[in-house]
Write a protein that binds this ligand. Structure first.
Ligand SMILES: Cc1ncc(C[n+]2csc(CCOP(=O)(O)OP(=O)(O)O)c2C)c(N)n1
Length: 602
């Protein structure tokens, strides 16, 4: 167990009195034989489930009822929209490493979870989603609120179940948690017809598991690791490219030891932020479409790139054939399907990042990288991230100040858009659980509920949700959830009255023709917050007030607060590698000539 984990446990115990308590209102009903729903709750208890986020309806009432009749200690949190439940569960799961649990009804309740399931799937987040379903006799007959959620979610789950026999419930629950949280984590869906949750359950509550086709624990191939070490030892200009896999396997200590031993620079993907402290001299920050210029230039000049727990996403590599074409390419990943998927590699090892790095460290020593590191330091000085403090209020200025005030101690979640990219650039992540963002799916509406989930997981920590005015409006109904549970989540709405990132693309690639990006009709977000009992609203309009308002928000802990920051309307994020272009096509400032429309994957 790492020191961090030990510290976490102590803090968690200390903070028990701070945990939002959710009381079950009625006394348990005693019964001899459990029904399916009660067996399910017992199964969840066995898995150590702390919270369930959900919203009820006809087909799920038996399960909600069982949360009362079993007298369970599992806390049920009523959300305002099922999408919110999934992102809350996702935020909780990313922080704790344990599956977040969602419970919803059939039909529209179930379909409302699809965005959150897909978000978790794309970013390998463990989640168990329980959906109520119409009775088995009515399956396939267009019954009231029937939706084939098994089929609808099939491409975006790690696994799914439609439970047809009550006695299968204990086994299914056990398997679902195991599948969701082992190997490459992901969401598992369990669809439970109402007659199945209502029927008697006579099976063993802790049945043996039998999953012959599922082998998540892959032993480290020591010969392959030796081959990787030999390649590394020949390199003079290496780069370690680090993704979410390092965080998932909790391999940050091993990564740091490896980088410091080798004296190799580290760049992270959007989701890898926090795997390596961004204040470390070997850190190059984030690379990719809106990554730092020096990280991207390092990719152009390196003689070796080693990806650890990253899947060479298209936002990172630009044009695949041109990515590090003259360098030795190495890939370490838990999922064999990722090897050679995007980028052809010279060396690879399938396995858990922590185990592979532990083995690799045994075979490496300091490389001859002094000249390379000096060169990269020069690039950092020559191409810094920059912005103008004066004129219209800049998102970057606020985020830079927030970074200084929080000093890397807060958990930061983001939504999707320009604010997300600037937060990734200007907020240095130093703690492994300091950064939560929707990467693969790029889901607007993620940031605020994910912050709620993070706050449930770490009630004693400061949690900031950095959101755009567009994305916040997609899930801001969860302000009620945050208020009811007195969660002191701090929401920074960077309000440019635009769907900013789309407007940026229209400006750069569509001759500045705006279409469907003007968010006229925005509410006053500060006033909106004040409508909710226990929430606080602040307005930020001038650079001179940034620190004062941020500090006030930091001091408010009786519930959520919302800062409505009226920022410059039409600023653009740089550096930028236009979608579908190669890293060498990176632009550092507003282009003087017209850019071609993005081709390829956008
Ligand atoms: C659910 C969803 N719909 C649409 C998009 C496409 N999209 C990406 S960024 C963006 C604009 C986001 O605007 P806002 O939330 O105001 O943030 P800003 O870019 O202005 O910082 C849109 C519409 C998306 N990512 N997710």
């Amino acid at each position: 167990m790492t020191t961090l984990a030990v510290a976490d446990k102590t803090l968690d115990q200390k903070a028990d009195h701070l945990r939002p308590q959710v009381e079950v209102k009625n006394p348990p009903i005693s019964k001899q034989v459990l029904d399916g729903a009660q067996a399910l709750v017992k199964g969840l208890e066995r898995q150590g489930v702390e919270y369930i986020w959900g919203l009820s309806g006809g087909a799920a009432i038996p399960i909600f009822d069982a949360l009362v009749t079993t007298g369970t200690k599992i806390k049920l949190v009523l959300v305002r929209h099922e999408q919110g439940a999934t992102h809350i569960a996702d935020g909780y799961a990313r922080i704790t490493g344990r599956p977040g649990v969602v419970l919803v009804t059939s039909g529209p309740g179930a379909t409302n979870t699809v965005t959150g399931i897909m978000t978790a799937h794309m970013d390998s987040v463990p989640m168990v989603v329980l959906t109520g379903q119409t009775i088995t006799a009515m399956l396939g007959k267009d019954a009231f609120q029937e939706a084939d959620v098994f089929g609808i979610t099939m491409p975006v789950v790690k696994h799914s179940y439609l439970v047809k026999r009550t006695n299968d419930i204990p086994r299914v629950i056990k398997e679902a948690f195991y599948i969701a949280s082992t190997g490459r984590p992901g969401p598992v869906l369990i669809d439970i017809p109402k007659d199945v949750s209502s029927g008697p359950c006579t099976s063993d509550l802790d049945p043996p598991m039998d999953l012959p086709g599922y082998n998540p624990f892959i032993p480290v191939d020591k010969d392959r690791v030796k081959g990787i070490a030999e390649a590394l030892l020949k390199s003079k200009r290496p780069v370690l490219l680090v993704g979410h896999g390092v965080l998932i396997s909790r391999a940050w200590d091993q990564l740091r030891r490896l980088a410091e031993t080798l004296q190799a620079p580290v760049t992270t993907t959007l989701l890898g932020k926090g795997a390596f402290p961004e204040t470390h001299p070997l850190s190059l920050g984030m690379l990719g479409m809106h990554g730092t210029a020096y990280a991207n230039k390092a990719m152009l000049e390196c003689d070796l790139v080693m990806s650890i727990g990253s899947r060479f996403d298209d936002r990172i590599i630009g044009q695949a054939p041109k990515f590090c074409r003259d360098a030795v390419r190495i890939h370490i990943d838990i999922d064999a399907a990722e090897i050679n998927k995007m980028i052809k590699v010279h060396h690879w090892c399938v396995g858990d990042a922590k185990e592979v790095l532990e083995e690799l460290i045994k075979h490496v020593r300091k490389l001859d990288t002094d000249a390379w590191l000096n060169h990269l330091d020069g690039l950092k000085k020559k191409f810094p991230l920059k912005y103008k403090k004066y004129g219209g209020l800049k998102m970057q200025y606020i985020l830079d100040e927030l970074d200084k005030l929080t000093g890397g101690n807060a958990i930061v979640t983001t939504d999707v858009g320009q604010h997300q990219m600037w937060a990734a650039q200007f907020m240095k992540t130093v703690r492994p659980d300091g950064w939560l963002s929707s990467g693969g799916a790029g889901t607007m509406g993620y940031g605020f509920p994910a912050a709620i989930g993070a706050q449930f997981a770490k009630p004693h920590d400061m949690v900031w949700a950095v959101v755009g005015d567009g994305g916040f409006q997609m899930t801001m109904c969860e302000l009620a959830t945050a208020c009811v549970h007195k969660l002191p989540v701090k929401v920074l709405v960077l309000n440019n009255h635009y769907l900013g990132m789309v407007r940026q693309w229209q400006e750069l690639f569509f001759e500045n023709r705006e279409s469907g990006v003007d968010l006229e009709g925005n509410p006053d977000f500060a006033k909106l917050a004040e409508c909710y009992p226990g929430a606080k609203g602040f307005t930020l309009k001038r650079g001179a007030d940034i620190r004062k308002i941020l500090k006030r928000a930091m001091d408010y802990n009786d519930g959520p607060c919302v800062i409505n920051a009226e920022v410059e309307k039409a600023d653009n994020v740089y550096p930028m590698i236009p979608a579908g272009r190669a890293i060498e096509d990176m632009i550092l400032e507003p282009p003087k000539h017209k850019l071609e429309k993005p081709t390829g994957s956008t």
